[in-house]
Design a protein around this ligand. Structure first.
Ligand code: PLP
Length: 470
């Protein structure tokens, strides 16, 4: 394909994309294919000769699309949403057309400087103090890894990268059992080891870490010759929206001089609304905070906002500067590749710029508030059904429930059957989680095109299918 044919196809594809988004609500949400169907439909060997874009596009529609789960569907109530709002898709199209690799200031000054400005817009939107500086990471997992590496280096007096962990006292990191598995992975990759990730028990409706137990656990580790390195807190955990008492946990961490990281991958977006900020009191005392605008802020995947009180600590941990990456003759420029594990970086700030301008913070707030309110309404409706139990209360727009008809001998199996039957039906999409060992079903609303009627429909689907099983 030549560039002078591009605009014809660009127009076709943008029309296709518009139509897709306008009609996606008519499709089953979860792909209804069986394992292996798409793989077997793809030729076993690559073509030797060029093929026409017409043919490739036809196969895209015939082979690929039936195997797609529609994350942009207005009744996608599973996992956490990964919104691709229209302005962010346009920005991504432009970024992919220019395709700059933004590892250094000089490899695209506009990308670096827009990133600095956009992260400061987000900082203001979340009402974080000016001392926080931000970087866009590819994922919350990467941000958490960067934070764990920083806590490791700080506690080892910046010698870990050089000397490794051999001969050191075992490092310890503290979190609750409700944090995302990206924390476990970061601990593995940082060489700290799963056994040194200390799970502090939770308490209360928010299912947050018990600060008094955290304090005792750190002291006991010090007494036993371990080396505490940091505390990782969650605000809006994946399973149930678990949220640690941030101010109290930060106080304990500070007492022992430990580095702190707050994972608010999903719920961080909601902090653009002042009325939700009571969920992270005192967060301005944290060293590192992560949230994903690619989840609930409408910014096409991927785009992860990572705030740091002292970026110098992160840069001291991750920066590596061979001659070929040096920028001579320009003082004071930021090279964001020194703030992240991967060297290469996409132009992600552009889609933040498009989205924040196209909706305005007030437009974004309105969407999030609607999601929370509609979800709470649904919760209230299901809560009064005698054969349903609410297993965790709404945290923003996320809560969990269980179908529990009286006398049923195996509620775990029944609820697993229910979630599968709902997803086979296709009108809505839900996922399950365990709450204190019991199989339960999650509900969360967060898709940008979801309406109140979409959320209401979930009530009909859930109750109708549940009762058809017993
Ligand atoms: N933290 C929480 C609370 C999450 O829910 C998720 C993903 O859903 C992650 C971290 C990982 O996010 P990412 O896919 O950006 O690495």
């Amino acid at each position: 394909m030549k560039w002078d044919e591009f605009s014809d196809w660009g127009k076709k594809i943008s029309e296709w994309a518009q139509d897709y988004h306008l009609t996606v609500g008519d499709k089953p949400v979860r792909a209804q294919t069986e394992p292996g169907e798409v793989f077997n439909a793809l030729p076993a060997h690559p073509p030797e000769q060029a093929q026409a874009i017409e043919d490739i596009f036809r196969d895209f529609e015939d082979i690929v699309m039936p195997g797609i789960t529609h994350w942009q569907h207005p009744r996608f109530f599973a996992y956490f949403n990964s919104n691709a709002s229209a302005p962010s898709v346009l920005a991504e199209f432009l970024a992919s057309a220019i395709a700059p690799q933004c590892m250094l200031w000089q490899t695209s000054p506009a990308a670096t400087e827009m990133e600095t400005r956009m992260m400061d817009w987000l900082r203001q939107a979340l009402d974080l103090p000016e001392e926080f500086a931000g970087v866009i990471q590819d994922s919350a997992s990467s941000a958490t890894l960067a934070a764990v590496l920083t806590m490791r280096e700080k506690v080892l007096n910046w010698q870990g990268n050089r000397q490794g962990l051999f001969g050191q006292k075992p490092l310890r990191v503290y979190c609750s059992a409700e944090v995302h598995t990206s924390v476990d992975r970061a601990i593995w990759v940082a060489g700290i080891g799963q056994d040194n990730l200390v799970r502090v028990p939770i308490k209360g409706d928010w299912r947050g870490m018990d600060p008094a137990v955290l304090d005792r656990a750190i002291q006991a580790d010090l007494d036993s010759g371990f080396q505490p390195a940091g505390v990782i807190m969650c605000v809006g955990g994946t399973g149930t929206g678990a949220t640690d008492p941030i101010d109290e946990c930060l106080k304990v961490a500070q007492k022992y001089g430990l580095y702190t990281h707050v994972d608010a991958a999903w719920a961080g977006s909601a902090m653009i609304c002042p009325e939700y900020r009571h969920y992270w009191p005192g967060v301005d005392q944290a060293d590192s905070i992560v949230f994903n605008p690619h989840k609930w802020l409408g910014v096409q995947f991927d785009c992860c906002a990572h705030f740091l009180k002292s970026p110098d600590d992160l840069v001291q941990t991750l920066a590596i500067s061979p001659e070929f990456l040096k920028t001579h003759g320009k003082d004071g420029v930021i090279n964001y590749s020194e703030w992240s594990v991967p060297l290469g970086r996409r132009f992600r700030a552009l889609k933040l710029w498009f989205v924040i301008r196209a909706y305005g913070l007030e437009g974004l707030r309105e969407r999030l508030r609607n999601h929370v309110n509609w979800s709470v309404d649904l919760h209230d409706k299901l809560a009064v059904e005698p054969d349903f139990q609410i297993t965790t209360q709404p945290m923003w727009s996320l809560w969990t429930f269980r179908y529990a008809p009286e006398g049923h001998p195996d509620l775990d199996a029944l609820n697993l059957r229910l979630v599968n039957a709902i997803n086979d039906d296709g009108r809505i999409y839900l996922t399950q989680t365990r709450v204190d060992g019991d199989m339960t079903i999650r509900f969360q609303a967060g898709q940008f095109e979801t309406t109140e009627d979409d959320v209401r429909m979930a009530y009909d689907v859930i109750t109708e299918i549940a009762r058809s099983l017993t």
